[in-house]
Write a protein that binds this ligand. Sequence first.
Ligand SMILES: [Zn+2]
Ligand SMILES: [Zn+2]
Length: 719
Amino acid sequence: MTVDVLIEININKKDKTFTYFVPDNLKKDISVGKRVLVPFNKQELEGFILKINKGTSEDLKSIIKVIDEDSILNEELLLLGKTICEDNLCNLVSIYQAMLPKGYKASKKSNVKEKYVNYLSIVDEEKALNFISTSKAKKQVLILEELLGGDKELKEFSYQTVNSLIEKGLIRKYQKEEYRIKDEVREKNVHKLNEYQKEAFNKIIESKKDIVLLNGVTGSGKTEIYMALIDEVLKEGKEAIMLVPEISLTPQIISRFKEHFDENISVLHSGLSTGEKFDEYRKILRKEVKIVVGARSAVFAPFTNIGIIIIDEEHSNTYKQDHNPRYNAIEVAFLRGKTHNAKVILGSATPTIESYARAKKGYYELVKLEKRANNASLPIVNIVDMTKELKKKNRIFSDELLLNIEDRLNKKEQIILLINKRGYSSYLMCEECGEVLKCPNCDITLTYHKSSGMNRCHYCGYAESNKGICKKCNGSMRLMGYGTERVEEEIKKLFPLAKTLRMDIDTTSRKGSHEAIINKFYNHEADILIGTQMIAKGLDFPLVTLVGVINADTILNLPDFRSNEKTYDLLSQVSGRAGRSDKLGKVIIQTFNTDNYAINLSKNHDYEKFYDEEIKVRKRLYYPPYSFIALIKVGGKDFKETINESNKIASYVRNKLRKEIVLGPSVSSLSKINNIYYFEIIIKYRGKEEVRNVLNEVRSLVENNNKIKVEFDINPSSF
Ligand SMILES: [Zn+2]
Ligand SMILES: [Zn+2]
């Protein structure tokens, strides 16, 4: 017997399996989808068994060890990986690795293991009772009495006393596997749907379509509908997957789900330790849970009888992995939905233009939810023209925003301020020669962080201490623009009595800190929460009646065809945080682009109107949904060589695809990162099959070109 094993060696090259001999003593443990340890170039590496072959060959190397008791990749996932690979031009091995949590990935060393706990139990009840009634050893008697009530953990008792009982043969020690996350028993919370939710729920259940778009305004109670849908699926004995953007996997959402579904749920998110992830995944493999809630990769949960896949905030770009393998979890959900004959639900207050267009055309069932739950009104939105404020020397805060902050503080209500830039300043510029301070590795400006006194690159992590002096002319450097740190400092100056909290990558990098900030704000231990867009999603704070967007233009100014859509999304999402209970909410949006339709239309919460405007632009510029987009990203150390190679690729593609639009190569929006230069070739196309073939040809052509690294991104989330 021999097996074909897939090993992760060089993910830039096409997949190749290696054949190994299976020694007799390992034959019984062999099955497809398990990991094995194999010798490879004087190393020992882990890989996945993809195929079992009869017959044998003397000169093959033998596998060393079978790692898994059961296959960790089932037939469906093995096949799914192949489809994803073909669609996205990535490696099979990288997809399989992406499907698995750390601890289950094939790696050089996998050191995550089950956690075992020592327990004690009575050997013979009669003997124990006898000992209790006759012995004078008080401590030993006490232990026996406790153990008669049931087995207990070893660590609860003195080691010496336990040992003498074991020596007497009265008790024994044994090990039991224990999950690292222990759930306290929660009070079961049953939600009742209101009439609008009930209507939407019925429409979804009755729909004959495979995919449903649930378009509900913020605060309309989409989560309640999700839970009711999952309840239905559980009744049929089936399983459910629910995806949420990483950032909205907040303690608030998790506890709502745990209250509703008890222990029947496994939650996967980046806040878990490797061991915790390993355990949660085991619960799924062992069929101890029927529901998985998690970020992008939870779409690969190894369920075998899926009844529904829900994707909340479907517009979120976190569903597309922005590094290799560049898969889109929503497309994976469609594939799995088809295999299992399960409905896929896309939920959003602001769907992507592509999804909404498909729903309007009838490819998806469109279900709308236009009323907020408990009849709260949508907040009033005011747009403030910052060009006028600048004339009054108001650089960060408009008069209107300051007046409203003061008013809410007096009323003991809470405020959220959004500034989509972390750090203190946006960039540093020399007052004498105008030189802007850039990262030495990247073509990106450095951001000053006051708390650490460092200038940092947000792309490669480079940091240097801020000397305040121009490297070119020794002039003094001026801080330009502002980030979360600066906004917090200014607020403290203006409102010295107000308590503030700041939430951005810098304040949430430690485990549990994100949760701590949310809890503090929820318990009204602070009046003002200042943060980047991570504060915009999913959070529910009843006392927040004012949301201020310090600068709505940050996303608008990015060179991305989705910049209007993303601006509209962010403004709607953050507005949705205001006035979620009985108090009316207010939103103040500060901008230099008062004419922009994305900003203006967010005022009336009118997604439909925004869609009508945006779709015209997409049509005129031949962007999705009118075309598909593929991006070829060429990176190299040498500027000249990289551009030459990029030109060659572009003309090859142009020649082969005469019907499609091929743009570039152009300097990418981040032209140099970590000393690598990047160029982009963009294809806008309709002929899916044809383009995929040509891209595969390009892939083969550049495979052995060591001067450059080429990456493909099908339907990129931004460019
Ligand atoms: Zn200078
Ligand atoms: Zn850098």
